[in-house]
Design a protein around this ligand. Structure first.
Ligand SMILES: [Zn+2]
Length: 97
């Protein structure tokens, strides 16, 4: 492979988008449950600790969901970001070190 650094192409783009969407959906799923359980803990309010535990869980969960969604949007709509996080290009770079 000669043009390894300039080799980012539409095929790479599709693979990267696919990887990000799969990882993103899995991550959003996991963090949705974290946020949801935080909300349930917060809602019960049996002890004062329920708020201390529940609110941060919700905030972390929502924050990470937003983060995953943002990464997915960038991977789909930004060619530059897609290139930077490209799984195939990164592997090629590792092999050259
Ligand atoms: Zn690439």
């Amino acid at each position: 492979m000669k043009d390894r650094n300039k080799g980012h192409n539409f095929f790479h783009y599709l693979i990267t988008v696919f990887v990000f969407l799969v990882k993103g959906i899995l991550g959003e799923f996991v963090w949705f449950f974290v946020a949801a359980s935080g909300y349930l803990i917060y809602k019960t309010r049996v002890t004062p600790y329920d708020m201390i535990i529940g609110v941060p869980l919700m905030l972390i969960g929502i924050g990470l969901i937003v983060n995953f969604v943002w990464s997915e949007l960038l991977a789909v709509f930004s060619w530059k970001y897609n290139k930077e996080v490209c799984v195939i290009c990164m592997q090629d770079e590792d092999m050259n070190e």
